[in-house]
Design a protein around this ligand. Structure first.
Ligand code: ADP
Length: 535
């Protein structure tokens, strides 16, 4: 714990209280005092809700809420002058990955809630969005404009389109495979200059949101999961409304048949019969969205096998359940559905069901899972966080990427389940393919934030899992601050050349380490010299 984390007021590393006051006064003079706040009530929103209440040390010192790109540039320039780190967030709902909290105590939050413009181009099928645009905003803009388009969205609609994209977040429709629905970023660089990636390097180039490359190296990906700039605008591709949308459910009643389903899934994805991102979940993940643990089991260790089985049957879930969908002209959907049946129903204990809907019907489908896959957002699937602690429940997610084969899925599943049980925790596992060849293996580790020992055990367990998976050659797809440095450590090829390269770049473009220090293990020389990462 650093010196300043013991004082009441969070100040950034190496910055005095007077220095912080001078920085905040400079921000206020540049963008207006109403857009700079140190109100303790407001600052409470920039904490990770999944920590034991009252124990967080990574607290922000202030929040600035710019309303234009020029204001973002002014903030970044002044932050350099005062060596005050900034932590950009879009909607601040990154729960399970550290929430809205900065990774460095005393950082100034840059909140984009006041920059939420959406422009839609129906002819070319894309939206141009600012970072404050939520999934609800995007959906509403499409509907209110009467556009014949749908957006690929996440399960819980309160997050942001830009933030989810820069974090390599997963959505479900065809455009989202390989996390490739974005095209063209506008970025405020760490020195305050405005930069556009891809064809945006040319004045007035109309293909900026259409063509992902430009001339020379394309740098868009450098601004994802990084701290090389603040994204202020992004192109996001949309899909024309299909004639027919057919949400599908596949149930696997015999636990041991999951690997066979994975092999069939890969074949069908490679052949593009399934051309979207399915979600294959075990009983407890599905159950966590419908019920709470206490309704089935009050014991302290992991939920026993016979109770999981009972729950699977009584809630009609199966031991594994896959949510997925077909989109397109009715004749194509019918053809592909027949191919799915022919392949999946060869596997013992598998059932498959689905129903076709037209655009008039899908907006109001009663099942939120079915609405999500056609771009209709809700908050209904948030219940998962309450599996172990009700309203005060939380979770930390450990999600390595593995090859999409039966062999790897079986090995990973057996090992992760065993480790979870050894730690005395329920096993909530599932797969969200990245593409037809690889998948994230999601492990949701739930806890009750009122139980400090359980919270500590869950985070330690997640960190341990990161190390074990690393030894098997599997890396995380996304980082929680609690295990960010450990996860980056697993990428050790050639004496950690990736991290060394990232650090060199950081020092070159952000010598004061102003933008999101610590993100993806990239601290920059100034903070490394000041003792970061702290143990
Ligand atoms: P969401 O509300 O969509 O869950 P957040 O707003 O909490 O996401 O942002 C998640 C993370 O994404 C942040 O902690 C930050 O690292 C990164 N991020 C968010 N917005 C931006 C942005 N405009 N530019 C750069 N990075 C961002």
């Amino acid at each position: 714990m650093s010196e300043n984390s013991k004082t009441l007021r969070p100040t950034p590393p190496g910055v005095t209280e007077a220095g912080l006051d001078a920085a905040l006064a400079a921000f206020a003079a540049a963008i207006g005092p109403d857009k700079v706040s140190t109100d303790p009530e407001l600052l409470k929103e920039f904490q990770d809700p999944y920590q034991v209440p009252g124990t967080a040390t990574n607290l922000p010192s202030a929040v600035v809420t710019p309303t234009s790109v020029e204001e973002v540039q002014a903030i970044v320039r002044l932050a350099n002058e005062h060596t005050v780190p900034l932590w950009p967030i879009s909607r601040g709902k990154n729960n399970g990955y550290g929430g809205a909290a900065p990774w460095v105590r005393g950082a100034v939050m840059v909140s984009f809630l006041a920059m939420n413009k959406v422009e839609i181009n129906e002819e070319l099928g894309y939206a141009m969005v600012e970072p404050g645009v939520s999934w609800f905003d995007l959906h509403d803009a499409i509907e209110e404009g009467g556009h014949d388009l749908v957006a690929s969205i996440v399960d819980i609609g309160w997050g942001g389109v830009v933030s989810n994209t820069v974090e390599h977040g997963l959505t479900y429709m065809p455009n989202s495979l390989d996390q490739a629905a974005h095209c063209g970023f506008e970025v405020v660089l760490p020195n305050g200059e405005l930069y556009r990636t891809g064809s945006g390097g040319m004045d007035n180039n109309p293909t900026w949101p259409l063509y992902k490359r430009g001339l020379g190296p394309t740098t868009t990906e450098l601004f994802m999961q990084s701290n090389y700039g603040i994204v202020t605008k992004m192109g996001y591709w949309l899909m024309p409304k299909p004639e027919v949308y057919m949400p599908l459910w596949l149930q696997v009643w015999d636990d041991s048949q999951m690997p066979a389903v994975v092999d069939a899934l890969r074949e069908l994805m490679l052949a593009k019969v399934i051309d979207m991102r399915p979600q294959l979940s075990n009983t407890l993940i599905m159950a966590s969205m419908l019920t709470s643990r206490a309704e089935w089991f009050e014991g302290t260790g992991p939920m026993p096998e016979e109770i999981i089985d009972k729950l699977a049957k009584e809630l009609g879930l199966g031991r594994w359940m896959m949510r997925f969908a077909l989109y397109g002209d009715e004749a194509v959907v019918d053809h592909n559905y027949a191919r799915l049946r022919a392949r999946f129903l060869q596997i013992p204990s598998v059932q498959l069901m689905g129903q076709k809907y037209s655009a008039e019907e899908w907006e109001t489908l009663p099942n939120p899972h079915e609405r999500v896959q056609i771009g209709v957002p809700s908050l209904d699937l948030y219940k998962m966080a309450g599996w172990s602690g009700g309203d005060e429940g939380g979770h930390v997610d450990f999600s390595p990427v593995i090859p999409l084969t039966a062999k790897h899925a079986k090995e990973a599943q057996e090992l992760f389940e065993k480790l979870c049980h050894e730690a005395g925790l329920d096993y909530l596992g599932g797969m969200l393919p990245i593409n037809a060849r690889s998948t994230t293996f999601i492990n949701v580790i739930p806890f009750d934030t009122k139980n400090p020992e359980q919270v500590h055990r869950a985070y330690e367990h997640a960190k341990h899992m990161v190390e074990v998976a690393g030894k098997m050659g599997y890396g995380e797809y996304r980082l929680h601050p609690y295990f960010a440095d450990t996860a980056m450590d697993q990428f050790g090829f050639n004496d950690h050349i990736q991290l060394r390269f990232n650090e060199q770049l950081k020092d070159l473009i952000d010598p004061n380490g102003i933008i999101a220090p610590g993100k993806s293990g990239i601290w920059g020389s100034r903070l490394r010299a000041a003792g970061f990462p702290q143990q």
